[in-house]
Design a protein. Structure first.
Length: 117
């Protein structure tokens, strides 16, 4: 069964950068309509961070605009999230998500990002 595997999380100081990656393992996912990143901080609901469509259109939550960049290597079923100028409020578990044209959802297991001095 195809799974999504995230990497790149860790501990970083405020103002620092991290790059998250998410790839499909054990096969490929076809007919992807949207790839995205979500995050969930302790005691809060999971929120959308950024998405990128198969056509390359991107969307960001206001709090990360100008700091985060989502990109993809569709040929490899891989999505990235470049995070710059990180703030303590960016601390959360980050999850990647693939949606297919037939509305099937795939989720990664999550990767912890901690922004702290």
């Amino acid at each position: 069964q195809v799974q999504l595997v995230e990497s790149g999380g860790g501990l970083v100081q405020p103002g620092g950068s991290l790059r998250l990656s998410c790839a499909a393992s054990a096969g490929s996912i076809f007919y992807i309509s949207t790839m995205g990143w979500y995050r969930q901080a302790p005691g809060k609901q999971r929120e959308l961070v950024a998405t990128i469509s198969s056509g390359g259109s991107t969307h960001y939550v206001d709090s990360v605009k100008g700091r985060f960049t989502i990109s993809t290597d569709n040929g490899k079923n891989t999505v990235y999230l470049q995070m710059n100028s990180l703030k303590p409020e960016d601390t959360a578990v980050y999850y990647c998500n693939f949606k297919t044209v037939n509305l099937r959802d795939y989720w990664g297991q999550g990767t912890q990002v901690t922004v702290s001095s």
